[in-house]
Ligand binder design. Sequence first.
Ligand SMILES: C[S@@+](CC[C@H](N)C(=O)[O-])C[C@H]1O[C@@H](n2cnc3c(N)ncnc32)[C@H](O)[C@@H]1O
Length: 156
Amino acid sequence: MDLAQARTVVELGPGTGVFTRFIERELRPEARLICLEINPELARAVAERFPRAEVVNDSAENLGRHLGPSGPEVDCVISGLPWVILSAEEQRRLLEPAVSALRPGGGFATFAYSHAAWLPAGRRFRKMLESSFSVVDVSARVWRNIPPAFVYRCRK
Ligand SMILES: C[S@@+](CC[C@H](N)C(=O)[O-])C[C@H]1O[C@@H](n2cnc3c(N)ncnc32)[C@H](O)[C@@H]1O
């Protein structure tokens, strides 16, 4: 996701920070990392574990309120949100702010479980990605993940 070149990266739903650790490793020292986590305990834990991250305890749908000086010029959004358990309206409410925050050419990455990609909500989410981004790339299956999963890599 070209994280080493990014000035501003957003992570949605960092949870316990498994992705955060890998994101942080790639970033330049001056890059901003903004994390939106809805669960207050997880938000507190991620903030403690990753002091350089700007952790906000709020829903990803409010991303626009937390960009500060970066404005809608985010280079990359990485999502750990559980898209497949969300309704169409919830998927739209969470995806639209991420798309709006990205600069033209900015990247969006999210994972999906292989078995769930064929459920109606999984297929609907893929269509939503295809109508929101100019490029939607699907990674190879990661069979060693339990359950097997893959990554959508999109470009605005
Ligand atoms: C599948 S877990 C993320 C796993 C994460 N990558 C990890 O390593 O722990 C989904 C996370 O999204 C958070 N979440 C769910 N809905 C959210 C929302 N609307 N805004 C921000 N975070 C949300 C959950 O609290 C949870 O931490």
